[in-house]
Design a protein around this ligand. Structure first.
Ligand code: IPM
Ligand code: MG
Length: 354
């Protein structure tokens, strides 16, 4: 298979972790005889520094011309503490999501048995959890009109029927191949957008008579997720609710450093860890590269339709964890101190097992 991959390392720990995602992809390419070619582009703070724009035109053009994108992380502390900044790194990520029409963000909560003790939740609550989130990614309050005066601010939350239809269909299609359950999360007791959401999901549900549907309010879902995560299978929700709920859900997998995501639409797919740029540990060889490597597994499976290759990648991670190796974020009191590794050593271990 021949594929053009655009690597966008981004900010903070992005470049460090992406190095290992790419290394794994290169090894898979060689081992399976695929011709993967690579290009690189700037986005976020790194792009602002170099060009003044968080999403240079060249990056979007390269992105459109590629078959898949491997992205690192975005953001910089400088902007987090300056709410008045007009140009912000995150605009790059939102711009590319919109520009590529990446309306569906898939966030699988994959639980490695070895990490049951790394979570702050009890192992017996977690064991057996397997959730696939479908977060709508190009609508909602993220993209609604924004206004601001000295003493007033507003972000418009809006949804069109077609936007809900297409993400709901993706979720139901996936549920048809899994445990045939969809939980749609909204706030229909308060928000008009959520009432449209619920109405549309109820209509789409009729097209899938063998899939069971549950509607849940976001506040209740946030509670149920830590009380009994096993009750969820496929979850579909709006952009902002999904952003928050998946950070919460990452604790089920032990760490933000373990969660990968795939953003898809009708064109090029975009694969990235769900974690941020973590400037507190950037450049210190401390970041967990596993979310980037798992993003590569998603690229292989969802982006390229190569499930065998994807399985090889997750199996290599599994072996690394079974052998006791951990980065700091997933180590616990029982971890052998000599097996707590930095980014580079952890990346190398996964490659060895691969
Ligand atoms: C995510 C991130 C982004 C989001 C930020 C960096 C804009 O938190 O991908 O979850 O809010 O979507
Ligand atoms: Mg987020």
């Amino acid at each position: 298979m021949t594929k053009k991959i655009l690597v966008i390392p981004g900010d903070g720990i992005g470049p460090e972790v992406t190095t290992w995602g790419k290394a794994v992809l290169e090894k898979i390419g060689k081992d399976f005889g695929h011709e993967f070619t690579y290009d690189e582009a700037l986005m976020g703070h790194a792009a602002i520094e170099a060009t003044g724009s968080p999403l240079p035109d060249e990056t979007l053009e390269k992105a459109k011309a590629s078959d898949a994108i491997l992205f690192g992380a975005i953001g910089h502390i400088k902007y987090d503490n300056d709410p008045s900044a007009k140009v912000r790194p995150e605009q790059g990520l939102l711009g590319i999501r919109k520009g590529l029409g990446l309306y569906a963000n898939l966030r699988p909560i994959m639980l490695f048995d070895e990490l049951l003790d790394a979570s702050s939740l009890k192992p017996e609550v977690l064991r057996g959890t397997d959730i696939l989130f479908f977060r709508e990614l190009t609508g909602d309050v993220y993209f609604g009109e924004k206004t601001r005066t000295q003493d007033f601010a507003s972000d418009l939350m809006n949804y069109n029927r077609y936007e809900v239809e297409r993400i709901a269909r993706k979720a139901y299609d996936a549920a048809s191949l899994r445990s045939k359950r969809v939980c749609s999360v909204d706030k229909a007791n308060v928000l008009e957008t959520s009432r449209l959401w619920r109405e549309v999901v109820q209509e789409i549900a009729k097209e899938y008579p063998d899939v069971e549907t549950e509607h849940m309010f976001i506040d209740n879902a946030a509670m149920q997720l830590v009380k009994n995560p096993k009750k969820f299978d496929v979850v579909v929700t709006a952009n902002l609710f999904g952003d928050i709920l998946t950070d919460e859900a990452s604790q089920i997998a032990g760490s933000m450093g373990m969660l990968a995501s795939a953003s898809v639409g009708d064109g090029t797919g975009f694969f990235e860890p769900i974690h941020g740029s973590a400037h507190d540990i950037a450049g210190q060889d401390k970041a967990n590269p596993l979310a980037s490597i798992l993003s590569v597994a998603l690229m292989l499976e969802i982006g390229f339709g190569l499930p065998e290759e994807a399985k090889k990648v997750t199996a290599a991670i599994d072996k690394t964890l079974k052998a006791g190796y951990r980065t700091g974020d997933i180590a616990d009191a029982k971890t052998d101190k000599a097996k707590i590794l930095g980014t580079t050593a952890m990346g190398r271990k996964v490659l060895e097992y691969l």
